[in-house]
Ligand binder design. Structure first.
Ligand code: SF4
Length: 637
């Protein structure tokens, strides 16, 4: 044991009626110091939790220009007032920091029982700075918060670490951990929990690694203060009944997001051959039906979920037979069709390696696809080929390259471990055209050559290209695929307010609403029952806009300048048309995209360069941002 907190579990909850527990656990790994701080009431009411609390702490406390891998970066692990409550699918936790992959704001959410237990011990968030001299884990228990030697776990694969810690602690604990990829500082290292959940695509696991923090372990402590628990439980039961009776419930728990493979193929958005096409000839080998009929052996999912969508699947064919992993759409598309791989067994192996090394499956699939396209187009310089035959569909080469990336092996492996943006800069030779990213974060699994609204959603996502804030593609396919009209900018912002705002700050899974149609009207009711506070949608959306504007201000401050081009989708979607499928020949139109982006800025109250206007900042209560931003960019009134 290295240190025990002295002022443990003071009554921060007296500040709040419920939901918020009233304290933040602070940890300085360099000094081995741990202490409590009250959660500021203004932060709670105006930024709520999760992503909101994370960006406020990062804005207030992170010195601009901090190296994301230095001890000074700030790691925030935040629950929200509704996480771990009777709200359906509430077992989510946000992890955030300045991103080593993008240099801007980075976060992710993952399913973890820790979100509830942290609150059980009286905390809304854990904020970690510094760097431990040797590997440590942070342990929260009835005895307090302690830093413990974790040298024996360092170098251990992530899933094995979870098993080992659970065994060694000999009691029920929730574990957040990383594997050797994040330890070795692959820039897209993620955090893994509950064996099948991971999150923090922009390198939040890498920040764990840079701090010599192997794990956060939280003893089971399920009860936390709620304003009206009976009402929350009644609402939870009512919502669960609705979900279990929903028309799509059975299909959802059978296949979860894997239902999307077939839909994406039909609609020509399934990323194929490094986002060269939206249809894949071998799609049936990786479809949801194939997964369900041949590979799935168990339902899994996040804790406290009434509609679990995880597909525990087992490989059948040698040499991968027996490997078990949870499959979902993003992983299968990025490690399958995007690499020209139509074998589910091979995808299971690649996914398993990514989970064990704790590196992001989406960025991994993008990095390998990028290398394969360069290789096939004769654009990969000889010195970077490293003896690999990187043709699309070559499973052995994909596995070998995964190992080299995860271990940051000198040569192509190390270059790709930086992410595709940086890799393209290193490789040169026109490689930039094939790097599929926004702001340095690799694009998740929807091709947008013929989907301008989804392209806008990716381009304006606050962490770089990810679909979690605005999965606009479904609306776009239904209502007008190729249009660049203002309604698309309005639709993207509406989704960003709900998905990227509400669900990321009160912290819970959006899928009961998105997939099974649970009415959004439940959420203010849950909020009232759990916190005792009356928040309507106007207030919810205002908070979401505040968080978005503050995140944008953070990016500007970190970059020291800002350009409209940073809100563009990948260059390839403008330059190289699709070759196959119903949208063959289509690509994005740059001038029309610019108009769409201008609509987006106009609705948000941002100027023509994507910088929030002074009037917008004031309206959102972000006056404190103005002096710092005006030193960097010219602000518009
Ligand atoms: S629906 Fe899926 S992602 Fe959402 S909480 Fe349940 S298991 Fe997790």
């Amino acid at each position: 044991m290295l240190n025990i907190v002295t002022t443990f579990f003071s009554r921060g909850d007296l500040l709040f009626k419920g939901g918020w527990q009233g304290k933040i656990l602070r940890v300085d790994l360099s000094k081995g110091k741990i202490w409590d701080e009250p959660l500021d009431k203004d932060i709670a009411y105006n930024y709520v939790g999760g992503r909101g609390v994370a960006i406020k702490i990062l804005w207030d406390e992170l010195k601009p220009g901090t190296d994301p891998l230095s001890p000074d970066n700030i790691l925030v692990i935040a629950s929200g007032p509704l996480s771990g409550s009777p709200m359906p699918s509430s077992g989510k936790l946000v992890v955030a920091a300045k991103s080593p992959l993008t240099g801007g704001y980075g976060d992710g959410n993952l399913g973890s029982e820790a979100t509830q237990y942290i609150k059980g011990f009286g905390y809304d968030a854990i904020v970690i700075t510094g760097k431990a001299e040797k590997p440590v884990l942070l342990h929260l228990s009835e005895n307090g918060a302690e830093l413990k030697d974790a040298s024996s776990y360092w170098g251990m694969k992530a899933l094995d670490t979870i098993d080992a810690i659970k065994k060694d602690f000999e009691k029920t604990v929730s574990v957040l951990t990383i594997g050797p990829g994040a330890e070795k500082l692959v820039k897209f290292g993620v955090v893994v929990s509950e064996r099948t959940r991971s999150g923090g695509r922009p390198g939040i696991g890498t920040v764990f690694g840079s701090k010599n923090l192997k794990a956060v372990v939280v003893d089971r402590k399920p009860d936390f203060k709620m304003y009206d628990f009976d009402e929350a439980r009644n609402l939870g039961n009512e919502a669960a009944k609705f979900l279990k009776n929903a028309e799509m419930y059975k299909a959802w728990v059978n296949q979860g997001t894997m239902l999307t493979i077939e839909w994406s193929q039909e609609n020509c958005v399934l990323p194929t051959h490094n986002f060269s096409d939206g249809v894949f000839d071998e799609w049936e080998g990786i479809s949801g039906d194939t997964m369900y009929e041949k590979y799935k052996f168990k339902i899994s999912g996040c804790p406290f979920c009434t509609m679990p969508c995880g597909n525990m699947s087992r490989a059948k064919a040698e040499p991968f037979a027996g490997i078990e992993v949870e499959l979902d759409y993003e992983n299968v598309a990025m490690l399958g069709s995007n690499l020209g791989i139509g074998s589910m067994d091979a995808i299971i192996m690649l996914n398993y390696l990514a989970d064990q090394y704790s590196i992001d499956t989406i960025s991994l699939g993008s990095a390998i696809g990028f290398a394969m396209e360069l290789y096939e187009k004769g654009k990969l310089p000889e010195k970077y080929k490293d003896g690999l035959d990187l043709k699309f569909g070559n499973v052995d080469a994909a596995i070998e390259l995964t190992e080299r990336i995860a271990n940051r092996k000198d040569g192509l492996g190390k270059i790709l471990s930086e992410g595709v943006k940086k890799a393209a800069e290193i490789i040169g030779n026109g490689a930039e055209l094939y790097a599929i990213h926004v702001k340095g974060l690799e694009v998740s699994a929807y091709d947008c050559h013929a989907a301008p609204g989804m392209a806008l959603a990716y381009a304006t996502s606050p962490i770089g290209a990810h679909h979690k804030d605005a999965w606009f593609i479904a609306q776009e396919v239904k209502k007008g695929r190729l249009e660049y009209e203002r309604w698309k900018a309005e639709g993207v912002i509406e989704l960003q307010r709900i998905r990227g705002g509400m669900f990321e700050y009160f912290v819970g899974c959006r899928l009961p609403w998105v997939e099974l149609g649970l009415s959004l009207d439940y959420y203010p009711r849950f909020f009232k029952a759990v916190t005792g506070e009356d928040y309507n949608f106007d207030k919810f959306f205002e908070i979401a806009d505040r968080i978005y504007a503050l995140i944008r201000a953070f990016w500007i401050r970190e970059f020291g300048h800002w350009k409209r081009e940073y809100d563009y989708p990948p260059m390839k979607w403008f330059e190289v048309p699709l070759t196959k499928g119903p949208y063959a020949g289509h690509k994005l139109d740059r001038s029309k995209y610019d108009q769409l982006l201008s609509h987006y800025y106009d609705i948000r109250g941002w100027d023509e360069n994507g910088i929030p206007k002074v009037s917008t900042l004031k309206k959102l209560g972000l006056d404190f941002v103005i002096p710092e931003l005006s030193k960097i960019v010219k602000l518009t009134e």
